[in-house]
Write a new protein. Structure first.
Length: 295
């Protein structure tokens, strides 16, 4: 008999492309996850992954196994959902894009909990693709992520915000109305590795023959902003991530923006949860509608 946790290990490796990140995802050590994958491969009688120094790839057998594994966990999630719907306290499973403002998300959920104290909110952080995958396999009810023009049945569009360059408060350029690539040529750069416009930012500088020195790279936005505040370097962020420790300056000719949305459930809601969903959508729209986040 195949254990469900082995399928979760398998899907975590597929989604993250790494045994290390997958182990973090499922809250086990890497040796434990590796042993689980070996056990699963032994049970199915074939190798499911090809391993290289930097990346993990599915074998042909793994590719064929993937949709079946998703289907099995999907049915289990439906079974759990059916049980949850009969529970006294309703549960709302929310995915949150990793590059959203911690403060803004916290304030949004705090105000929602004040208005709906009986609702248990389970929160999951993820990249744009990870959140899409989890909506598709129904392990999330909603997700706050980037709007790419999806129809209204899939997403409730919210506010739009621009990307800005942040500098330490005392930086020589901090009071400028805007800066260009050439003015930042001698400055150091902090790289937010999960930034949605990372490649566009790199191209912005290289197209102008400017290559700022990269001194720090991190997937953690709070850490990146702390490094900017400490004077380590500057970086590009969505405007909602700017706080009182740093100064935001527009980049001339860098006109990228992002639109956020609340992505809706990919399944038919039970009658008992329809009002809960409507109230949650209304709360998010009232908080993060066209006026955006207050930082």
């Amino acid at each position: 008999m195949m254990d469900l946790y082995l399928l979760r290990y398998f899907l975590a490796v597929v989604e993250t492309g790494s045994f290390t990140r997958a182990a973090d995802r499922v809250f086990v050590t890497q040796p434990t996850l590796s042993a689980g994958i070996k056990k699963l491969e032994s049970q199915v009688g074939q190798a499911l992954f090809e391993r290289s120094n930097r990346r993990v790839f599915l074998t042909d057998a793994g590719t064929r196994f993937l949709p079946r594994a998703k289907a099995i966990l999907h049915e289990c999630n439906l079974a759990m959902q059916a049980l949850e719907e009969t529970a006294t306290a309703p549960v709302l499973r929310l995915g949150v894009l990793t590059t959203l403002s911690n403060r803004a998300v916290g304030e949004l959920l705090a105000s929602y909990k004040r208005s709906e104290p009986r609702v248990t909110v389970e929160v999951y952080d993820g990249t744009e693709q990870e959140l899409t995958n989890r909506l598709d396999d129904r392990s999330l009810d909603y997700a706050l992520s980037i709007f790419r023009g999806e129809g209204k049945e899939k997403a409730l569009p919210l506010f739009e915000e621009r990307y800005v360059f942040i500098l330490p408060s005392g930086h020589r350029l901090a009071s400028r109305p805007a800066v260009g690539a050439a003015e930042l040529a001698e400055d150091y750069m902090v790289v937010r590795s999960r930034c949605e416009v990372l490649s566009e930012t790199s191209r912005y500088f290289t197209d102008q023959n400017v290559r700022p020195r990269l001194v720090y790279r991190t997937p953690n936005d709070s850490r990146a902003i702390a490094m900017v505040a400490a004077g380590i370097g500057g970086t590009v962020v969505p405007e909602s991530l700017v706080d009182e420790r740093v100064k935001a300056v527009p980049l001339r000719g860098f006109d990228y923006k992002r639109r956020l949305a609340l992505f809706r459930p990919r399944y038919q809601l039970a009658a008992s949860t329809t009002q809960l969903a409507a109230d949650f959508e209304r709360h998010v729209e009232n908080s993060w509608g066209v006026t955006g986040i207050t930082t």
